[in-house]
Write a protein that binds this ligand. Sequence first.
Ligand code: HAM
Length: 427
Amino acid sequence: MGQQKITVPKGTKDILGEEVVWWQKVEEVVREMANLFGYQEIRTPIFEQTELFARGVGEETDIVQKEMYTFQDKGGRSITLRPEGTAPVMRAYIEHGLSVTNPRVKWFYLGPMFRYERPQAGRMRQFHQFGFEALGFSSPAVDVEIILVAYLIYQELGLSELTLELNSLGCEKCRPSYLSKLTKFLEERKDNLCANCVRRLEKNPLRVLDCKEEGCQNLFKSPSFPVIEEYLCSDCQNHQFKVEAGLENLGISYQINPFLVRGLDYYTKTAFEVKTGQLGAQDAIGGGGRYDQLSAALGVPGVAGVGFAAGIERIVLLLEKTQQETRPKKVPCLYLSPLDEEGEKQVLRLARELTKWRVPFYCDFADKGLRYHLKKAQKSGVKWVLMVGQEEIERGGFSLKNLTSGSQVFLQEDELLRLLQKEKSLC
Ligand code: HAM
């Protein structure tokens, strides 16, 4: 009996072929924007102590309750594959003593995250985020900067028809009074809540606002449903006012969504999400907000923070859907076609020279004849194909064919390199 085929684990995927070019494009735009805004890269471990997310993201969130990849390592420690990047970034900030030595930092990251979710288009168990975090800044101008960075990245990628939803979640001073009002309202209508929300009501009533169940959604529509905006303290109101004014100043439109609570418990004041109408249920292509209490949850109070993260899979799905005609192509300048064994040696020697001249090339060691090489080169979309076999070696040079014009010339190595040096910018 044959062995069973091994496939990728459920909820993960290989990224290859034409798709990977989109990924590179997204990463390039992210790095460029980070560089322009002066955000430095941070790389935290893929796994962390479970406690970091339990305390940072919140015990009552779906992420911590249901979605974490948690295991005991051989030393008996509880380890979790990171489900998100903000708690690790704050952990690193605290661990490196930055609140004393360099209290204001701006960081970005790119990499895989892990959540045990039900996979579907745009919802993966291993997915990738890029994220921007500004730590140590209380000013609402930084909330606006973070939203501007997100906005410009989407814009640079050519993504339009996106909606920016905005809310304020208050702070430790004003949220309790909202929560008691909300709890009272929900307690009185407990029979209409789903079983999950009945539990949430006891542990963390704000999470109820995140529920997609019809019965719970109907309650939200009630005219007497308490809306957080009406309970904000003057500090939070003022902050929110300045964020909104800052966005208006930049011409960035937004919609206030009083039910936007986000799936993580660390937010205070600003919370936002960027949505698209083109991806069905998985419509959030980025989200973030302010998290001034996260550091306290990790044992060091008083570090302000604001940031956002975006899902690269969803962005790539959107790019594939809407930007096909502008899909970036990766075509080398030159196709190197050895026609025999001696030709292979020449090609390898030339390859080394070409790297010095920074001419991109592709060596095809397929051990095939001229017809194959020309066909393959044509298919790859390359402009120049270089052939070297017995005849070229005897004449001490190379045959170079321009696939655009069809013309072919015989060149010595120095002539060839000079020509390609000139041509490479046109490839
Ligand atoms: P989040 O909303 O949980 O926020 O995730 C941010 C983005 O990651 C989502 O908008 C979505 O595009 C993508 N995403 C999340 N889960 C999945 C999944 N299972 N499959 C594919 N894509 C997914 C955070 O993670 C916060 N750390 C954001 C933040 C940074 N807040 C402040 N700073």
